[in-house]
Unconditional design. Structure first.
Length: 280
């Protein structure tokens, strides 16, 4: 009988997410992944000390890095130094690396909510009565503020990003494993971000989402493209989550959940077969 790959699955089962139960999702996923892999679960604070005992580390619902920044930095540094295989790979250019990508994508003309980081560049944004101010390394809406237009300059300190407050029709998320689209969910009620329903994307919607998956160029991994439907009908990127995106699997039917598990299992086998990363 062939030996089963051993995976360290990083999750914070006690993280108090608003409107979501991280623990339920990871309990379900690990129960299914155990059919193909030997698994051990650990808290993100323990990942650096345990990683070298496993063939790969799978980072899932580990909570915002801000809650354990020192431990995450130590894990990332050690993984890059030792060539530890991490899923998602640590080469992600989006939320995994902070929010700089929103500035880069804005400057490159991609369809994102326009974003700047200095008072001198406010003129590059559409005029707005209200602005969203968010930390460069924020997550899960931590530190996010909505401020009046006449006050926005007072909140720019070199550590935040500024965006116009877009009156969107709804938010929609597209979920990918590797470069394969899996499903889409949306929040028809703008006041209930995590009250999600299945969404049937148009070919144009998928073209929008894929451009960001292609831009990030991760060979393996799970990514979530979050977008909003702007007043003009176009989609604008809100964020590209490439570190530990919550998957909202509870909003899917059994067939869709099974399909996701199959895709993730196939991806993990391919990731393990692709060889160890080079040491930095």
């Amino acid at each position: 009988m062939p030996r089963r790959p051993a995976l360290l699955y990083v999750t914070d089962l006690a993280y108090p997410a608003r409107g979501r139960r991280y623990c339920d999702e990871d309990i379900f996923l690990t129960s299914r992944l155990r059919e193909e892999f030997d698994l051990a679960l650990c808290h993100p604070r323990d990942a650096a000390a345990l990683a070298d005992r496993f063939e790969a580390v799978v980072v899932r619902n580990s909570g915002p890095v801000l809650g354990h920044q020192e431990a995450y930095d130590a894990f990332r540094e050690r993984a890059l130094r030792d060539g530890t295989r991490v899923y998602n790979p640590l080469s992600g250019k989006a939320d995994m690396a902070g929010k700089q990508y929103l500035l880069d994508l804005t400057a490159a003309g991609h369809p994102v909510i326009p974003t700047v980081d200095s008072a001198e560049d406010l003129h590059r944004l559409p005029k707005s009565d209200r602005y969203v101010v968010k930390p460069r390394r924020g997550a899960d809406s931590m530190g996010l503020r909505v401020v009046a237009g006449h006050e926005v300059r007072d909140h720019i300190d070199g550590h935040v990003l500024v965006q116009p407050c877009v009156e969107f029709a709804y938010e929609v998320s597209f979920y990918f494993v590797d470069h394969g689209f899996q499903y889409a969910l949306y929040a028809p009620d703008t006041d209930r971000r995590w009250d999600l329903e299945p969404y049937e994307p148009t070919p144009k919607d998928l073209e929008f989402a894929r451009r960001f998956i292609d831009w990030n160029a991760l060979g393996h991994g799970i990514q979530r493209v979050d977008a909003c439907r702007a007043p003009g009908g176009e989609l604008l990127l809100v964020e590209l989550e490439d570190l530990n995106p919550y998957l909202s699997l509870d909003a899917l039917d059994d067939q869709a959940r099974d399909a996701f598990v199959t895709a993730m299992t196939t991806s993990l086998h391919g990731f393990l077969a692709s060889g160890r990363p080079r040491r930095s």
